[in-house]
Design a protein around this ligand. Structure first.
Ligand code: PMP
Length: 392
C-alpha cells in the first residue's frame, strides 16, 4: 500500500543523522562498552523528590484525562516564570502545556505554516528540525550560520532567504553549537522577521544553561510578541527528558488554535506528569542551577584540554550541554572522524554533518558523562586527531 508522501519523505534524503548514535548503541548491545557523548541526556536521572510528587499525584487518583491546555496551576506557573525572566506580560491564556519541546516544535509549525510554505531554520540545527517542518507539509529552508562567526546567524543571510517564507525557527542557547545569540543578532533577527512578516518560532529549551549571557528571549523585543511562539521544556532544565513536559507561549488567538490541535492529536499531557512538572518548577532557580552546573564545569574542562593542542579548535559554547569542535585540520569529515573514533577507541560523538552543512568537519561532544570519564575521552580524542594529521 502506498503510504502518504508526507510520511515517506519525512527524512528528506533518507539520512536522519542518527547513524553513529545507532552504531554506538549496537556496539553496546553486542557487549562492547562505549563512552557515549552523543545525545543530550543528563548523566543524572530525574530527582527522586520530583518522582515522589509524580507518584503521590498518580496514587491520589490523578490518572484520568487531564485538562488539554494544561492544568491551570502549571499554566500559571509557566506564565509567571516567563514573565519574571523576560519582563514580558504573560498569562495562562498565552500558555499551552505540550508533551515536551519536540511536540511544541511540531505544533508551532502546524499553527503557522500551510502546505508548501517555506519555513526557515538556522543550520547547524537540532537534528529533528527539517523533519518536523516536513511533518506539517512545509518546506524546510536552511540558513547557514558560520563557524568563523561562532555560529551566530547573520541577519543579512536570513533576509536573503526571507522573501515569500512564512516562519523562522531559531534556537538560543543553541544545540549543537552552544551559541547564545547576542543583542546584535537577536535585534537583527527581529528586524528581518518584521520586515518580511514572518512568524518567529523560538526554541528556548536550554534557557537555564547559559554560561556567557545574557539569554535574550526574542518575544521581549519591540513588535515581537504578536509574532513569536516561544518553546520551553522541563527536559533539560530539570533532567526530566522522559516525562515529556514542555510548553508554547504564544499570542492568545494562537494558543486557542493550539488547544484545538492538541484536542485532535495528543489530547494533552498526563495529569501526574503535569503535577510533577509543577512541583519541579516550584523548586526554584537553585534547583535549576544545580542541574546545569556540571555542564558549565565540563565545558571549562574541555576548553582547557583543547587549548593545550593546535589541531582541534573549539568553538567556545556560551550555553547548553555540548562542545562543538572543529576537526577540519585532520582532513576528515565529521562523519569519518566520528566513525573512526568509535571503531578504534569506543568513544561516540556526533558528526557535525548530522546537524547540517554548516557544521561539516566538526564534531559535537555531549558533556554528559562524569568529569573523569569526559577528561579521558577528550584526551583520547585529541590524541587521535593529532595522529590523523601525522598519518596524512
Ligand atoms: N529543541 C532542542 C534544541 C533540543 O536539543 C531538544 C532535545 N534534545 C528539543 C528541542 C526537544 O526536547 P524535549 O522534547 O525533550 O523537550
Amino acid at each position: 500500500m502506498q503510504q502518504s508522501r508526507r510520511i515517506s519523505t519525512l527524512n528528506g534524503d533518507g539520512d536522519d543523522g542518527w547513524g553513529l548514535f545507532i552504531a554506538a548503541r549496537e556496539m553496546i548491545a553486542a557487549g562492547t562498552p562505549v563512552t557515549e557523548l552523543t545525545i543530550g541526556e543528563h548523566d543524572v536521572r530525574t530527582d527522586p523528590v520530583i518522582l515522589d510528587a509524580m507518584h503521590a499525584s498518580a496514587r491520589s487518583g490523578n490518572t484520568g484525562y487531564a485538562m488539554i491546555p494544561g492544568i491551570d496551576a502549571l499554566r500559571d506557573t509557566v506564565a509567571a516564570r516567563v514573565q519574571q525572566r523576560s519582563g514580558q506580560k504573560t498569562t495562562r491564556d498565552n500558555v499551552i502545556i505540550t508533551p515536551g519541546g519536540q511536540a511544541a516544535l511540531f505544533m508551532a509549525h502546524h499553527a503557522t505554516c500551510d502546505e508548501g510554505d517555506r519555513a526557515l531554520f538556522i543550520d547547524p540545527y537540532y537534528a529533528t528540525y527539517p523533519g518536523t517542518i516536513r511533518a506539517v507539509g512545509a518546506v524546510p529552508v536552511p540558513v547557514k550560520a558560520r563557524s568563523a562567526h561562532g555560529f551566530q546567524p547573520d541577519p543579512k543571510e536570513i533576509a536573503k532567504a526571507a522573501p515569500g517564507a512564512k516562519s523562522l525557527l531559531i534556537n538560543s542557547p543553541n544545540n549543537p553549537t552552544g551559541a547564545v545569540y547576542g543583542a546584535e543578532t537577536m535585534n537583527g533577527i527581529a528586524r528581518v522577521v518584521q520586515e518580511h512578516d514572518l512568524w518567529l518560532i523560538s526554541d528556548e529549551v536550554y534557557d537555564t544553561q547559559v554560561w556567557e549571557g545574557p539569554h535574550i528571549s526574542p518575544r521581549t523585543l519591540p513588535g515581537m510578541e504578536e509574532r513569536t511562539l516561544q518553546i520551553g521544556s522541563l527536559s533539560k532544565s530539570h533532567a526530566m527528558t522522559g516525562s515529556r513536559c514542555g510548553w508554547i507561549v504564544a499570542p492568545e488567538d494562537v494558543t486557542e488554535n493550539l488547544i484545538q490541535l492538541a484536542t485532535n492529536t495528543n489530547y494533552g499531557v498526563a495529569g501526574f506528569v503535569q503535577a510533577a512538572g509543577l512541583f519541579a518548577l516550584e523548586l526554584g532557580e537553585d534547583f535549576e542551577a544545580r542541574i546545569a552546573e556540571p555542564f558549565r564545569r565540563r565545558r571549562g574542562l574541555v576548553l582547557d584540554l583543547v587549548a593545550q593542542q593546535q589541531i582541534v579548535r573549539a568553538i567556545p559554547a556560551q550555553g547548553a550541554m555540548y562542545a562543538m569542535l572543529d576537526i577540519r585540520a585532520t582532513g576528515m569529515t565529521g562523519e569519518e572522524f566520528g566513525f573512526a573514533l568509535l571503531n578504534k577507541h569506543h568513544i561516540a560523538v556526533m558528526p557535525g554533518e548530522s546537524f547540517g552543512q554548516a557544521a561539516a568537519g566538526h564534531i559535537r561532544v555531549a558533556l554528559t558523562v562524569d568529569d573523569d570519564r569526559l577528561r579521558e575521552a577528550v584526551a583520547t580524542l585529541l590524541d587521535f586527531a593529532s595522529k590523523q594529521v601525522k598519518a596524512a
